[in-house]
Design a protein around this ligand. Structure first.
Ligand SMILES: N[C@@H](CCC(=O)N[C@@H](CS)C(=O)NCC(=O)O)C(=O)O
Length: 196
């Protein structure tokens, strides 16, 4: 399996972390999104959406969308609850991440780190919605160890990707004690060194 990805992208790192955690063999193919490498005709054949991550299996089939990829690769592992309802509760977080978290926290980070914007130049609505997402996580994580219960799951893989980098997007995590506690425990569960 080949993973086409950019190591600066949390969406791509979800796939890398999962494969490393489950010891799934892969070849990493670096794609520089800032140089337009997702827009070449060759790349668009793999994912017509022009985005990383994309995985290409040995039989030539391809799969895009970070959460669809991790959902597929983790099947049968302990990162997906065996109970169907518990797995659906995990999926709630995966869909929520893509609509209510990533578009604000990851986008603010992208604008600050890669476009050189300062925190005061960010769209206040994006910042507000990012904090709304963090507040929901804080409320939930004050009650459970991990997002989908007492064991780590794909919900933690998906949400960790950009939550641990939220400070790079101008978000302050002081006052989000449960989120901070969870970042440390999720990193530990996945064998990741903390971000500095
Ligand atoms: N919903 C997609 C988002 C993928 C995405 O936004 N990828 C970005 C990097 S994080 C990208 O490829 N950007 C390059 C481009 O749009 O040309 C996923 O979860 O995989």
């Amino acid at each position: 399996m080949k993973i086409y990805g950019d190591t600066n992208s949390g969406n791509c790192l979800k796939v890398k972390w999962l494969c490393d955690h489950l010891a799934l063999p892969y070849t990493w193919v670096d794609i520089d999104t800032l140089k337009g490498e997702t827009r070449t005709p060759e790349f668009l054949k793999r994912n017509s959406a022009g985005q990383v991550p994309v995985v290409e299996f040995d039989d030539g089939r391809t799969l895009a969308q970070s959460n669809a990829i991790i959902r597929y690769l983790a099947r049968g592992s302990d990162l997906i609850p065996a109970d169907a309802f518990a797995a659906a509760k995990m999926d709630e977080w995966l869909f929520w991440e893509q609509y209510n978290h990533e578009p604000y926290i990851a986008v603010c980070r992208f604008q600050m780190v890669y476009l050189g914007k300062s925190a005061s130049d960010l769209d206040p609505d994006k910042v507000k919605r990012g904090y709304t997402a963090l507040a929901r996580m804080e409320h939930h994580l004050a009650m459970t160890r991990f997002l989908a219960g007492e064991a780590a799951s794909l919900a933690d893989v998906a949400l960790l990707a950009y939550t641990r980098l939220a400070h790079q997007g101008g978000f302050h995590l002081e006052g989000y004690a449960a989120v901070q506690r969870w970042i440390g425990e999720a990193e530990q569960a996945l064998g990741l060194a903390p971000v500095r």
